[in-house]
Design a protein around this ligand. Structure first.
Ligand code: ADP
Length: 196
């Protein structure tokens, strides 16, 4: 393991289909390549084990997010980078996790509802719009975007690779990862070429 790294929790929040799992699948190997231990807590997977039996009332959603937050807390304090990819619609519980975990980097994975409906990766929006799924986030249940996330990944404008790179850069800025010399030089060159 790389001793220059300082573990944190990368908390991705956003609508269903916004791109949380996809970005996590790009980010995790990038962190491993840098010598980090990484664990991904994907909302859909968690609901089949850790949170099995919970539903989608506000209370159950909050319980789900607190459980994921608690596991992230345990992992992070033991040197593991935890990536949470869960809708986590309520601001207050995300803030609870921020206070619990402390090394907490909130990433708003942003895509408009129209775009998520267009993508409809799991066919859930179609059902929600037809009234077959009750309390579906963005359609018939609230989503509270973060006010001051550390990173915003606009997945209608960026590729998953670009979003993951943006997160890595923020982790460097915040001192969780040492600055990648090669990447810094490339960025410097890119900026310099823009001025001509
Ligand atoms: P979530 O985990 O937020 O529910 P998913 O990652 O499961 O969302 O699905 C996002 C969908 O959007 C995928 O089909 C992915 O290929 C697509 N997509 C298109 N552009 C992007 C992007 N820039 N970042 C992430 N996902 C994207």
């Amino acid at each position: 393991m790389n001793n220059d790294v300082r573990a944190c929790t990368i908390w991705m929040t956003g609508l269903s289909g916004a791109g949380k799992s996809t970005i996590a699948s790009f980010l995790a190997p990038m962190l491993r390549e840098r010598g980090c231990k990484v664990e991904v807590l994907d909302g859909d997977v968690v609901r089949t084990n850790l949170s099995k039996g919970l539903g989608f009332s506000k209370e159950d959603r909050d319980t789900n997010i607190r459980r994921i937050g608690f596991v992230c807390h345990l992992l992070t304090r033991n040197g593991v980078f935890a990536i949470a990819a869960a809708i986590s619609p309520y601001k207050a519980v995300r803030e609870e996790n921020r206070h619990l975990i402390k090394n907490f980097v909130e990433v708003y994975v942003k895509a408009s509802l129209e775009e998520c409906i267009r993508r409809d990766v799991k066919g859930l929006y179609k059902k929600a719009l037809a009234g077959e799924i009750k309390a579906f986030t963005g359609v018939s249940d609230p989503y509270e975007p973060p006010d001051h996330p550390e990173v915003i990944c606009d997945t209608e404008k960026e590729t998953p690779q670009e979003s993951a790179e943006k997160i890595i850069q923020k982790l460097e800025e915040l001192g969780y990862l040492p600055v990648d010399g090669k990447a810094a030089i490339a960025e410097e060159n890119r900026r310099a070429s823009e001025t001509f």
